[in-house]
Design a protein around this ligand. Sequence first.
Ligand code: UGA
Length: 430
Amino acid sequence: MKITIIGAGYVGLVQSVCLADFGFSVTCIEKDLNKLRELKFGRIPFYEPGLEDLFRKNLKSNRLNFTNEYSSNISQSDVIFICVGTPPKKNGESNLNFVDQVTKEISKKIKGYTVIVSKSTVPVGTSRRIEKILKRVSSTKTFDVVSNPEFLREGSALEDFTKPDKIIIGCRTTKAEKILKKIYKPLNRPYVVTSNETAEIIKYANNSFLATKITFVNEIADLCENIGAEIETVAKAMGLDGRIGSKFLHPGPGYGGSCFPKDVKSLIYQGNKNSTDLKIIKAVDRANELRIKYLFQRVKKITKNKFNNIQIGLLGISFKPNTDDVRQSPGIKLAKDLSKTKAKIKIYDPKGMENAKKELPRSIEFCSDEYEVAKNSNLLVIVTEWNQFKNLDLLKVKKIMKKPVILDLRNIYSKQITKNGFQYYSVGNN
Ligand code: UGA
């Protein structure tokens, strides 16, 4: 079976590497020539644990190839995965220009029966839209369009790809269903076979529910803080209820990244367009935005709104650990707000600093490790829960800080730290 994957972004590259590793012959089409050159040299354009090694292994074996050429690849493909970006417009709607463009290219080049799989997160109705474009240009050719949303997380992409909780196949024929099942056979995981439209909405419902869970626990954390209770214990007890489950109940600065904020807004847009007022999702979106906005207020409260001659250090800037992605990171918003004050701002992140530099003002100093950030700081804010921040040499940190004050937005430490002489603030604890 010959597989073509269009787009070497997060989803496309992981899909390409993993399917090549399953033994398929995979060609990945990437139009960005700089990215393409790097890929051909054996370098991947973002940080993802374990991915580069697996990528190089499959590149060497010649099962994995990269090109910007559509012609021969599309005509010889049995299955084509569309993995291009669907960036949000200002009104929350997903921009489908890239999906349209690649579908037009595909429609001109396909020859025999081909399965076209939509892997990008796309609004309901996108499969129909793809089918329409394909039929318009190539009415005589045979094809099936499948919706097969992806659920992998950045930072654990390989693990998530190889051990998904479910594989969603939204399709209209058993022929297409069988082909998809053949591709995913090595995974040996449960399938949900349904219509294209249902498959499309599953992805948004999934992401929006997780965003809701996080927002809910964040709200309870705020209440805990104000009434003297401890969110960690509340979340633990809730998580022990099998109907709730313990995952995605960690309070923090608000959800970020390239998926939850965008997908929640897109679902709201789809609801509005289809006469459905999604009240819960709207509240989640608003609550999360306010939470990120008010991070600065929290810092202001600790510094008593005095920023003259003080230094604030941020530990972490990526939206979560094990990634260099800073898109919609709560830390970026906080750093931007802090940079408008008179305080000196220092940041260290194990992987996210290059991307952060592109977003943040030059007045911010990027450091080579956590201790350089702590040195002379009046306040240390833990923004991202990287493992290496979990076992700081606290004696050393206390010694080199100007004032030993920590704001822990991920609750990786506890009140115990006050015994080491720190003034400690966390999320959802009094
Ligand atoms: C998310 C979904 O988890 C994936 O299933 C999905 O495939 C992906 O979006 C996508 O649509 O492509 P991702 O954005 O990589 O994955 O990261 P998550 O681990 O879900 O974290 C998202 C945000 O929620 C982060 O800002 C994280 O810090 C925050 N979060 C997560 C919490 O604040 N608390 C939690 O308990 C969990």
